[in-house]
Ligand binder design. Structure first.
Ligand SMILES: [Ca+2]
Ligand SMILES: [Ca+2]
Length: 384
């Protein structure tokens, strides 16, 4: 049940005036009926204090007002209970209204003066903030290390994914081997490598949302496939120039002296024969063609010696050194004074050095007495 309260509009100083209509709030102005009554009595007390004009009149007002309030629990004047309106109510008091339109009936002033109570403003629905699109994350697939060959066309397709749909990628690359280029739109690297080498490559993919990813890999480009240039690779193989080049030797190795015969022509390499402690050497650097299936080193060797015993005192080594001559890759053979005899061809398979630059070396040592001469002639490095 709604609480009904009222407020009196009449001026207490106008003792003879009709108190006028009463605003009858059916709901919610915070006054209880008793409070209204109490306020009315206070007004009555105030009128008593200031009004010596006439106790009778005051009493009449008091009587009228209190008479109305006392025991009066009128229905909603407009007959619409609990409609949350404010009604004007003219109590039956027999006094003229302030505007002279005294009515002595208990009729409610029609609800034409009803003023609907303002309703609480409805809570407006907050416009939802549009959801942020999901973050875009680019993942660029690492193509792993690549290899290629100079002169041989190649291609590599880059691939990227994005967490957002509708991504459009732009690819970039740095450090590509010469001769290769990247199509930044479709991510395809293609071309023909021009220079052998090892290339650290960095690639990246950028999407249209501002995200990117990058990866690195190594692209190794091998020299162009070589064809074996068949033939004999050594220069001045029979020493007939009368000097060492392109061999490199210690002094006096290239020799045409007698009684040490050449195997062919007039010249040969003579290592040792001094009869005192010494070392003689002759080497030649040579590059063996790649892709040669067969590589054979050969030379003719004659050993003349003054040694007579069964022991090797004076020696000859035939070796393969690296290009710089700083390390021994292989010792092909070792001879000594016990191998004394006329020219015999000696052959060695050096196919494992195809495609490399090596040094062929003959080196001989002598002990302190009884000389031994190692005569080398008609050397050859045949490849095919
Ligand atoms: Ca010769
Ligand atoms: Ca000796």
């Amino acid at each position: 049940m709604s609480q009904q309260t009222g407020r009196h509009r009449a001026s207490s100083s106008d003792a003879r005036a009709d108190p006028g209509p009463v605003y009858w709030s059916e709901v919610g102005d915070g006054w209880t009926e008793n409070e209204v009554r109490q306020r009315t009595k206070s007004r009555f007390g105030l009128a008593l204090a200031i009004g010596l004009v006439g106790l009778v009149v005051v009493a009449l007002i008091s009587s009228a007002v209190s008479g109305w309030w006392e025991g009066s629990t009128p229905p909603a004047p407009d007959g619409r209970a609990d409609d949350n309106s404010v009604d004007l109510y003219e109590p039956v008091d027999g006094l003229p209204n302030p505007d002279g339109s005294e009515t002595s009936t208990a009729m409610a002033i029609p609800s034409a003066v009803d003023t609907p109570k303002p309703t609480a403003p409805s809570r407006t629905t907050k416009t939802p903030t549009p959801a942020l699109p999901p973050p875009a994350t680019v993942t660029l697939v690492n193509p792993a290390n690549q290899s290629g060959t100079v002169g041989t066309s190649t291609s590599l397709q880059l691939s990227a994914t994005d967490t957002r749909t509708g991504a459009v990628f732009a690819f970039h690359a740095s450090g590509l081997p010469g001769g290769l280029w990247l199509n930044s739109s479709n991510g395809r690297i293609s071309g023909t490598p021009s220079t052998a080498g090892t290339y650290p490559v960095q690639i990246s993919a950028h999407d249209n949302f501002g995200s990117s990813d990058s990866v690195s890999f190594v692209w190794t480009i091998a020299p162009s496939a070589q064809v074996c240039a068949a033939g004999q690779m050594l220069g001045n193989p029979g020493f007939e120039t009368g000097s060492a080049a392109p061999w490199t030797s210690t002094l006096g190795v290239v020799d045409n002296s007698s009684p040490y015969p050449a195997r062919s022509g007039s010249w040969k390499a003579r290592l040792g024969g001094q009869g005192q402690t010494s070392t003689a050497r002759i080497t030649q650097r040579v590059t063996i063609s790649g892709n040669c299936a067969s590589c054979t080193l050969s030379f003719w060797l004659r050993v003349d010696t003054s040694e007579t015993g069964p022991f090797g005192h004076d020696k000859l080594w035939v070796r393969v050194l690296n290009a710089a001559g700083s390390s021994v890759l292989a010792t092909l053979a070792t001879f000594d004074n016990t191998d004394a005899g006329d020219y015999v061809i000696r052959t060695f398979n050096v196919s494992s050095y195809a495609g490399q630059t090596i040094r062929i070396e003959f080196v001989a040592t002598q002990d302190f007495s009884w000389p031994t001469s190692f005569l080398v002639d008609d050397a050859a490095l045949d490849v095919s």
